[in-house]
Ligand binder design. Sequence first.
Ligand code: ADP
Ligand code: MG
Length: 267
Amino acid sequence: STTLPLPSRTRIFTISNQKGGVGKTTTVVNLSAALAKSGARVLVIDLDPQGNASTALSVEHREGTPSVYDVVVNDRELDEVIQKSPEFDGLFVIPATIDLAGAEIELVSMVAREQRLSRALGRFLDEYDIDYVLIDCPPSLGLLTINAFVAATEVLIPIQCEYYALEGLSQLLKNIQLIERHLNPKLRVSTILLTMYDSRTNLAHQVAADVREHFPDEVLDTIIPRSVRISEAPSYGQSVISYDTNSSGSLSYMEAAAEIARRGVPR
Ligand code: ADP
Ligand code: MG
C-alpha cells in the first residue's frame, strides 16, 4: 500500500561522498528499503566493486554473475541483470561483482565512457515504472562515479557528524559543479543527510549545526543516529527496516524517506 506521495517522474539519486565509511552504502540500502516499504518502486544500482549494497540486500553477486559490470562494459541491458530483493515487493537491485574492479580501466578507452550507465538507465526507465533510483558509488572520483553523476538528477550526500565532516565537502561540491557544467546540467545536490549521530557528544551537535548553517535548504530534519542495529543488519542480509523494524535506526530511515518524498524535487 502506498503511504507516501509518489513522484510524477523517476527521481534518480546518486549517494556520494568522497570519504569512505561515512554511511553511503548504509543509506542506499536502508533508504531504498524504507521507500519500498512505503509503497514506492525502487531500483538500487550497486556501482561499488566491493558489492556491499548487493550483500546487504541479499542478491546474488558472486564473480561472473550478470551485473552492472556487464551493463557499463559489455552493453548488456539493465533488465538482463536485474534481481528482485527478497525483502520487499517493489525493491530491485542491479548487483555489483568484483568484476567491476576492472571497469575503471576498461572504460577509459570506450566510446561515451561517461554516459554508459545513463544511456542504459534511460532505456530501462522507458520500459519500466520506477519511482526512485538510488546509485551506490565507490569513494573515489573515477569513471564509475562520473557515470553515476551523469545518470542522476539528484545528489544525496551523507555526512558523518564528526570533526572533519565539512573538510573535503567543498572539493566534492566543486567536482559536482564540473559535472553539472560539462556533462549533466540537470544534476542538483538536493539532499544532505546527517548520519552516525551520537547525541551524547557536543561535537556531534556542533557539526550538525555547522552543516545546517551552510546548507539550510538541503539538510533533512531527520538525523540518523549511531546505532548498533544498523551496523548489524547487513550480516543478516537485511536492511535495518526488516531486521529491527522498531529500532531507532529503522524509524529514522523511514522518516528520512518520508521527508524526501514529501519535499519532492527541488526547484
Ligand atoms: P560507506 O559506504 O560510505 O563506505 P558504509 O555505509 O559502509 O559507508 O558504513 C561504514 C560502516 O559504518 C559500516 O560498518 C556500517 O555498518 C557502519 N554504519 C553506517 N551507518 C551507521 C549508523 N548509523 N550507526 C552505526 N553504524 C553505522
Ligand atoms: Mg560503500
